[in-house]
Design a protein. Structure first.
Length: 260
């Protein structure tokens, strides 16, 4: 149960659907503040520990709805927004940068950008670095998570290089997937990205966060990711500042397992 509650506190509760409306964003924000039923928390003596999710994640056009809903609920959960040509990363760079700036303007405190996979597949590493660096600049004070879309990078070697470049360019987090690819977060890819994070930390002293996303639907999946982070990066990474789970339907199963 403790591991499941830990997973909840590291979760980016997400809705990225074409039919998102202000009302379903409001409902998600209420759930973000009250992720686990009060009677279950009382049974575990955790009702007064302030258990909430780490952030809510939406499209830029829904950021204002989420900010207002969380403000009305009286909580300080940050709003994250996908931006930068999500999910394909195929828009012109200027358009992507403008989208990032707008999302920050609307009140997003975290930005989940997506890289242009073409630059990885054609070996244009310096161009990739420069694009991510400019995205980092456009984020201003907002935290930047860089989505690598690992299922579309062709090899684990490319995943490692893209991870390193994203961190060198100033990413606060590296993230596996958009959730829209055919292949999303997998444990082998996660291990490669975590080893890049570890190498980068040994080289620079900077701790970069990790976020698996896409296809994480069960409590068992969440525990597997927590265990992998614990083994590869250590217990200090098991906090919302350095580890997030991107999920839309995961919370339902976690609450069910806590209930059992």
């Amino acid at each position: 149960a403790a591991w499941l509650l830990k997973a909840v506190t590291c979760m980016d509760l997400t809705t990225l659907s074409g039919d998102d409306t202000p009302s379903n964003v409001h409902r998600m924000c209420y759930k973000a503040k009250h992720p686990i039923r009060e009677d279950l928390l009382k049974a575990m003596d955790m009702h007064d520990k302030g258990i909430t999710v780490a952030a809510v994640c939406v499209y830029p056009t829904r950021v204002t709805d989420a900010v207002n809903a969380l403000k009305a609920a009286g909580c300080n959960i940050p709003v994250a927004s996908v931006a930068g040509g999500f999910p394909s990363g195929q828009m012109p760079l200027q358009t992507r940068l403008a989208e990032i700036k707008l999302a920050v303007e609307y009140g997003a405190r975290e930005i989940d950008i997506v890289i242009n996979r073409t630059l990885v597949l054609t070996g244009q590493w310096e161009e990739l670095y420069e694009e991510i660096r400019q995205c980092r600049e456009a984020c201003g004070d907002a935290h930047m998570k860089t989505i690598l879309s690992t299922g579309e990078l062709g090899s684990l070697g490319n995943v490692y290089k893209a991870s390193m470049i994203a961190m060198m360019a100033g990413s606060d987090f590296i993230k596996t997937s958009t959730g829209k690819e055919v292949e999303n977060a997998t444990l082998p890819v996660g291990a490669v990205m975590m080893r890049a994070i570890r190498d980068f930390y040994w080289e620079t002293g900077n701790k970069v966060g990790f976020k698996p996303a896409g296809g994480i639907r069960t409590a068992k999946d969440a525990i597997s990711w927590l265990m992998l982070v614990h083994e590869e990066l250590g217990v200090e990474w098991l906090k919302p500042e350095l580890f997030r789970l991107g999920a839309s339907s995961l919370l339902e199963d976690i609450e069910k397992q806590v209930s059992y």
